[in-house]
Design a protein around this ligand. Sequence first.
Ligand code: SF4
Length: 413
Amino acid sequence: MEMDVRRNPALLKLDLYCRGLRLDESCDLHDSGRGLRRTRAGLGSGLEMILPGGLWTNVPVSEPFAARSPYVLTREGDAYRIVRDGLDVAAVDLSPRPQWYDSVTRTHKPATRIGTLQGTYLGIYQARVCDYWTEKVKVNCKFCSVGLNLGVGDDADEKSLDEVMEVVWAARRESGITYVDFNTGHLEGETYLDILEPYIRRIKAETGLMVGVQTPPHNDLRRYDGLREMGVNRVSFCFEIYDPAIFREVCPGKHRQYGLERYLEAIRYCAQLGRRGPWHEPWVTNGEIIAGLEPPESSIAAIDWLTSVGAIPTVCVFRPLVGTDYSNLPPPETEPLIPVFRRLYESCMERRLPIGCAPDVHVSLVLLPEEARSFSDRRFPLGEVRRRSVAAVAGRFLRARMARRDARYAAPC
Ligand code: SF4
């Protein structure tokens, strides 16, 4: 494996997650980039940028550990570089800031309170804040920052159908998004799918975009049959931690309400729905874990379990966000995480899972399985050919469908 971050952008992406980045005084971010936002459960606090090799990422810059990073971002005119010990590491771009970021909806809400870009897709934190944050004795996940947004104004509590559609169309028109990701925390009464379904139906009907849903596991698994029929393309379940004792400690609310086993059961169930139609709608099931809060062997066991049932692992790198219960923990070191991401790629390829097939979707919050290819010396020539062929065919089909809808609905301005 290439261990020089100047020649291995995936390793640089991982190293930046773990060490963060300092901003040189030459970097004035007011006139470029997307600014810093504090959204998403445990990630997304950082600077969105594009590394060599077209790897989109979100680099920690606000957390205290980033102030000790060996990496520094410098700017000369419009050119940004990452420098380490005075030596050039990489030329990078800040992720483009679209005009719609500075617009308001017809109801006078800032568009970014409805949704924000994460890499190249639109992320929408729908519904009220996760109920674990509002109980008398909080039982929120200890890495999570969602409740810290209460009253801060990063996300609007109420997002009407029309407001969401307005921002989806703006993001489609100006940013060329192909995928919308909905996310909720725990809501009493397990109402999250009831809340999301009208939005999903309308986006699918009007735009033909791919849509994903990340919520806790609903107790009625048949609801996922309904999502499959509706044309949803991705369901994701964040169980975070595979070790049962650490899961209890890190995620007290999830443990009390659902338990690890219910997360795993939902993943197992949803993964087999891929075999059903509709065939014109791709379907993936993700299980999301956080590397760095449990031993690497446990993360690897989670990866192997997920791929064994046909689900694709999403592996986040623990980020001790300011203000969270775990803000004082150190970030993980890079080296112990390399085998985790190596296994991520190899395990997906061994099981022939459809990784990297969604057209024009670049993810900034995590290192994707296909991006971790450079961590492995193993090659899967047939698997890679098959993967690229599926991506090409799916990409042609889905892009054409979206373009037809663009023309048909002539997005409102
Ligand atoms: S379920 Fe946990 S991670 Fe998700 S929003 Fe609630 S506290 Fe945060």
